[in-house]
Design a protein around this ligand. Structure first.
Ligand code: HEM
Length: 230
């Protein structure tokens, strides 16, 4: 049976990638589309219940979904590279663009969003027991919100390049260097990531703005790819 032959191994990795990608980005969109607006209008006792009872569950699936998407994604890239598919091809340039943005999103989950939420869970549990609150939790959660909105914006170009790698017929010109494209990519994506780590919420406060900025970023990167390397 074709599905169980060695040749289908890559397909199984792909299937795992889709399932965990949905688990991860499904939770990301739930947080940004539904839970953040709910938390903004709800009372303190309900918020405490959310942190104590709901957040441990959502954060579990969210962070492990991110981990398995990340691991399955890079195994596919390494597998293709091992088969000799050049990373400087149209496919390679697109999948690396999507994969690098996805990797930054994964790091935002594990290094910013999860540690902040872990503290918020701990804080709500302590306060419910009548113990003193942990100082600085509100600031940590504000940083987590900026990282989460950045990830929502990043999800737009990330998915575009992920899906586009095999489905957009991009032909890169062999005589053009990829350096101008990658320099532009590193500058733009690096500045946005720096803002997630140290900067302000700014226009990302509004979900619709985060989505529009994500779409504009997608178009800008795609045009940079076509004009600088195509
Ligand atoms: C975290 C870093 C990620 C890496 C390194 C990565 C890498 C990859 C690779 C190598 C492929 C195969 C592409 C092809 O054969 O053309 C792929 C496909 C795909 N990835 Fe990711 N990915 C990542 C994150 C995500 C996330 C978060 C999602 C969200 C759902 C996602 C959704 C998809 C989809 C839908 C495809 C199928 C594209 C197709 O069949 O044409 N990926 N990814």
């Amino acid at each position: 049976m074709a599905l169980f032959s060695g040749a289908a191994a890559e397909f199984w990795m792909r299937y795992i990638h889709y399932v965990f990608g949905i688990l991860w980005i499904g939770h990301l969109y739930y947080f940004n589309f539904s839970q953040m607006p709910f938390m903004a209008e709800t009372d303190a006792p309900t918020k405490s219940q959310v942190f104590q009872k709901l957040t441990p569950k959502t954060m579990f699936w969210f962070r492990w979904g991110a981990m398995l998407t990340f691991l399955s994604g890079w195994s596919m890239i390494l597998h293709k590279a091992g088969l000799g598919v050049p990373m400087s091809s149209g496919w390679g340039t697109m999948i690396l663009s999507g994969g690098i943005i996805g990797t930054l999103m994964f790091l935002n989950v594990w290094l910013i969003i999860w540690p902040s939420n872990k503290m918020a869970i701990e804080n709500a549990t302590r306060v419910a027991k009548g113990e003193s609150a942990i100082p600085g939790v509100a600031d940590l959660m504000a940083r987590a919100a900026i990282a989460s909105r950045t990830n929502t914006m990043f999800s737009m170009p990330m998915l575009f390049f992920m899906g586009g790698a095999s489905h957009i017929p991009l032909n890169l010109s062999p005589e053009k260097s990829l350096v101008p494209y990658w320099a532009t990519f590193a500058f733009v994506i690096g500045l946005i990531e720096l803002n997630a780590i140290k900067g302000k919420m700014g226009p990302l406060q509004k979900l619709v703005a985060a989505i529009h900025l994500g779409l504009a970023l997608t178009l800008a990167l795609y045009l940079a790819m076509e004009f600088l390397a195509g």
